[in-house]
Design a protein around this ligand. Structure first.
Ligand SMILES: [Zn+2]
Length: 93
């Protein structure tokens, strides 16, 4: 059964949608979290640029890449915290 992992994936998407709708009111609703989409795209771009760049440029993109990865991590963690605090004491996972 993959119900648990399905629920976890849904949970993240739902919370992300709630989170992003408060920050980006008026954005069209999508199936995926727009913040995640945007960050993943930026991460991929920085990764690409870091790979093809050289010298200072490369260093800059590497730093940017690291920052974006951290930002995405924080975003996902915020969603987790939001969920756990609103659900208070169900820590079965
Ligand atoms: Zn998200």
């Amino acid at each position: 059964m993959h119900i648990l992992s399905m629920m976890l994936a849904m949970k993240h998407t739902v919370i992300c949608l709630m989170e992003t709708s408060t920050f980006h009111l008026g954005y069209p609703r999508k199936d995926t979290c727009s913040t995640c989409d945007e960050l993943v795209l930026k991460i991929q771009y920085a990764e690409l640029k870091a790979a093809e760049g050289s010298g200072e440029d490369q260093q800059q993109y590497k730093e940017e890449h690291q920052n974006l990865v951290t930002e995405h991590d924080l975003h996902k963690r915020r969603a987790e915290i939001f969920y756990t605090t609103s659900e208070s004491s169900s820590k079965a996972i």
